[in-house]
Design a protein around this ligand. Structure first.
Ligand code: MN
Length: 484
């Protein structure tokens, strides 16, 4: 606890996250849910615009994805859950209420284990997660006396994941948000693209001198990057401490984040807090999920980040390496496949190529991870050639692009390019003897203990072998010859 204290105050943070589920259609209508390339107000139905007489029909796929999310959160899935109406007036909510879940959410208590940058593991308990529909989008053109409303997003299925107030720093808040993002991606629940607004975070921050008692909190809404989650939390902690030190009260309020100024700003205070007049949604029956359905879904869950971390760790990959691998599901699938089929050394060699040379080429659009996956057999051969000293690691890297692109036989390619190292000891011994005969002075220097001359001799042998000898082997051979 001591490590969290700032100027005598103990910060406490709870996070709510809205996850957009990747269903084909909206939560209560058959309208396309992918609004990315759609012109405003083209993906709408009478239901989306709140016309009287329309009736919602629940999207079964949204329920299935909520169950998957619940399993990824290691949470209890409710066998019965209920939708409620949450009333408020806003131009982008034409029917005057949001259909959400209030008293009986589909996902109950769960847990998320997140990692700090230094690898430290910490757990955050999940209070609940509930299904709800998204509202539309209002934009307010600068300098104009009107606003624009786009209802394409109205009715998009969301899962709102609520954490317990158990986070105590900006770094922890960022790590938790990041882990939640990986979980939703790997559980195949959401595209989880923050840039597209697929996940939005609200952070509740308070500070208190008494760790047993929570202070008054502010809520900063709609953060859409891990960095802004961290920075908004840090800003709020310091802002609140500053107010308290000046003897001023903290106002319970909703705040926004100005990314350009790296500051939060007040949006509305508690005085205009809404009475949402929740009551059960009469037009949507309760969701009933059987134990069998939950069990069947559990069978289809892929390996999640925690399991992959453990597996890759036992193959000797470092925790920073694993973090980079997990960022890309395609790359993680490649490494997972190799760890299932091959030994530790091969897996490490190929992982290093993937994280270095190959990743650079993927970033330059010269290679795709898909092509890398289909070239795994060739990469395994290439790794074995490096292992038994037939190929230098530098030479192997030169061959990577061609091997992945054209699926060429690595041995044949290396032979064609004259890159195979001299493995025949006899041939190499002859070259070493020749070099020692041609460089009597350097050879004598090494014999009399002046070891830096050996580097020169190794260089001469490498030259004579056109770079196809292994320097370590050459050095050992030179020593052996000189001892005779
Ligand atoms: Mn919500």
């Amino acid at each position: 606890m001591e490590k969290y204290i700032i100027k005598g105050y103990y910060p406490t943070i709870g996070i709510e996250c809205h996850v957009q589920l990747k269903t084909k259609t909206k939560l209560f209508s058959g309208i396309n849910n992918d609004a990315r390339d759609a012109a405003p107000n083209t993906l709408i139905s009478p239901l989306c615009v709140g016309l009287p007489g329309t009736l919602p029909i629940l999207n079964e796929q949204a329920v299935a994805l909520a169950i998957r999310a619940g399993l990824a959160l290691r949470a209890e899935i409710a066998e019965e859950s209920v939708f409620d109406r949450k009333h408020y007036f806003y131009p982008d909510l034409p029917k005057g209420y949001q259909i959400t879940q209030f008293a009986q959410p589909i996902v109950g208590k769960g847990i998320v284990e997140a990692h700090l940058d230094d690898g430290t593991l910490f757990a955050v308990n999940i209070t609940r997660a509930h299904l709800e529909e998204d509202a539309g989008k209002s934009t307010h053109p600068a300098g104009e006396d009107y606003s624009l409303v786009d209802l394409n997003r109205a009715g998009t299925p969301l899962l709102e994941i609520v954490s317990e107030p158990e986070i105590h720093s900006g770094e922890e808040a960022r790590a938790y948000a990041h882990e939640l993002n990986l979980l939703m991606k790997y559980a195949e629940v959401s595209e989880a693209d923050l840039f597209q607004g697929n996940m939005r975070f609200d952070v509740n921050v308070s500070v208190s001198k008494d760790p047993e008692k929570l202070g008054t909190r502010s809520e900063t809404k709609n953060l859409n990057s891990f960095k802004s989650v961290e920075k908004a939390v840090e800003f709020e902690i310091l802002r609140q401490i500053d107010l308290l030190e000046k003897g001023q009260p903290i106002v319970q309020e909703t705040r926004g984040w100005d990314d350009a100024k790296q500051k939060t700003f007040s949006q509305r205070s508690k005085e205009d807090a809404h009475d949402y007049r929740y009551f059960p949604e009469p037009d949507v029956p309760p969701i009933v999920v059987t134990k069998e359905a939950i069990e069947a879904t559990a069978q289809t869950m892929p390996l999640l980040p925690a399991a992959l971390r453990e597996r890759f760790g036992t193959f000797g990959l470092s925790s920073p390496q694993i973090s980079i691998i997990l960022e890309d599901r395609e790359l993680a699938a490649i490494i997972r496949f190799i760890t299932e089929e091959h030994d530790e050394k091969t897996a490490r060699t190929i992982a290093n190529w993937c994280l270095g040379e190959i990743m650079r080429q993927v970033a330059d659009n010269k290679l795709t991870w898909q092509a890398v996956m289909s070239a795994v057999p060739q990469l395994v051969t290439l790794a074995s050639m490096v292992d038994d000293n037939r190929l230098s690691s530098t030479a192997a890297k030169e061959l990577l692009e061609e091997i992945v692109t054209d699926k060429k036989d690595p041995l044949k390619l290396a032979e064609d390019k004259n890159l195979i190292q001299i493995s025949d000891d006899g041939a190499l011994v002859m070259i070493v003897e020749q070099v020692l005969n041609d460089n009597v002075k350097a050879a004598d220097d090494v014999r009399s203990g002046e070891l830096k001359a050996i580097g020169y001799l190794v260089g001469q042998v490498m030259k004579a072998s056109a770079g196809r000898a292994n320097p370590a082997v050459v050095q050992a051979l030179i020593k052996k010859q000189l001892e005779k």
